[in-house]
Ligand binder design. Structure first.
Ligand code: SF4
Ligand code: SF4
Length: 332
């Protein structure tokens, strides 16, 4: 029988050991229903999730709720919205209680005297042209000014089909402001023309993502296997989608058979009562979902399937390490 020890040499075994003890239990929280942008393709607004629940305004209720989440075993709070930085008191309520990650468009600076170690993921959609077209504004000049050289921030670069052949310039722009990058793919939730992925484009962007990781390993937080899985939607002979997705809110997951999933995962609306279906939106078509975290988690919860060859297990370790770095469980 193949085992972890039989497949790995000493160095890889050490890497395996340091991640296998992490036991990450995340949940996602809509901090607010408001945002200072309205991006075409934002899963939150395009699916009316901003109207699904009335925002809880009482800070004390947030604090009691977060304490309950901690008791439930959550050890990673992922803050989204809307734009969490609009409500820094709520962000602070999480940050003072739990390891916390804050997704932001970067237009409002998280004050570092108040949040010295808060990991911040700054969204960037393609290049200047894509940003203007999809988000109504080129956010990079503002967000990069706010976070230049910040060791607890990175760019979450959402690659669009228009970015093929252009990613290196973006990687360099981000490197030049002293930040790291993680790449994911646009899902095009609002059907913007020319922003759907074709099979050929996915093949091309996979090669380009591999190339960026190869050339800029100190800047790009990624793995070749992640590129493969996210661009093909395949893990071995299995197809990503509703039947496989691990990022479905556990208490309302009625799938039968239920695939391997994130333990105790819930995506909470900002009324602190409503649960959303999954880490993106209920109206998104799972067959075209390109959500990066859901694909990463898909690999992570399927460790056993990767204990079949040395390379498969190493691929699994690299994806797990990438996730752990992005959420500050291990250093860059
Ligand atoms: S910045 Fe984020 S939350 Fe705000 S509209 Fe854009 S994608 Fe949605
Ligand atoms: S939309 Fe994406 S994240 Fe949500 S259940 Fe479907 S595959 Fe999973």
């Amino acid at each position: 029988m193949k085992t972890v020890s039989s497949l790995l040499d000493e160095e890889w075994h050490k890497r395996y050991k340091s991640i296998s003890k992490l036991n990450i239990r995340s949940s996602i929280y809509d901090v607010t229903n408001r945002c200072n942008l309205r991006c075409k393709g934002c899963f939150f607004f395009s699916s009316d999730e901003d109207k699904a629940a009335k925002e809880e305004m009482d800070l004390q209720k947030w604090e009691v709720f977060i304490d309950r989440e901690k008791e439930r075993g959550v050890n990673l709070a992922i803050l989204i919205g809307g734009e969490p930085t609009i409500c820094l008191d709520r962000v602070e309520a999480f940050y003072s209680r739990l390891p916390t990650f804050c997704a932001t468009n970067g237009l409002i600076k998280v004050p570092r005297d108040r949040f010295p170690h808060l990991m911040v993921g700054i969204s960037l959609w393609g290049d200047e042209e894509d940003e203007k077209l999809l988000r109504g504004k080129d956010t990079f000049p503002i967000s990069s000014r706010n976070y230049e050289g910040d060791s607890h921030a990175y760019y979450l670069y959402t690659i669009t089909p228009k970015q093929i052949g252009k990613t290196e310039r973006i990687v360099n722009r981000i490197r030049d402001v002293g930040l790291k990058i993680h790449m994911q793919l646009l899902s095009n939730d609002e059907g913007v023309e020319e922003f759907f992925w074709t099979h050929e484009e996915l093949k091309d962007i996979r090669a380009e993502m591999d190339d960026m990781l190869d050339k800029y390993p100190d800047v790009v937080i990624s793995s070749n296997y992640y590129h493969e899985v996210i661009t093909t939607g395949k893990m071995f002979d299995r197809q990503f989608g509703w039947g496989e997705c691990p990022s479905v809110t556990e208490p309302i997951d009625r799938r039968d058979p239920r695939p391997k999933h994130l333990m105790g995962f819930i995506r909470w609306a900002s009324d602190l009562k409503t649960m959303h279906r999954c880490c993106t939106s209920e109206t998104r078509d799972c067959s075209t979902c390109k959500d990066g975290a859901a694909h990463m988690s898909w690999v992570m919860v399927n460790k056993r399937a990767h204990i079949r060859s040395e390379q498969d297990l190493k691929n699994w370790i690299e994806v797990y390490e990438m996730f752990a770095k992005l959420y500050q469980f291990i250093p860059w």
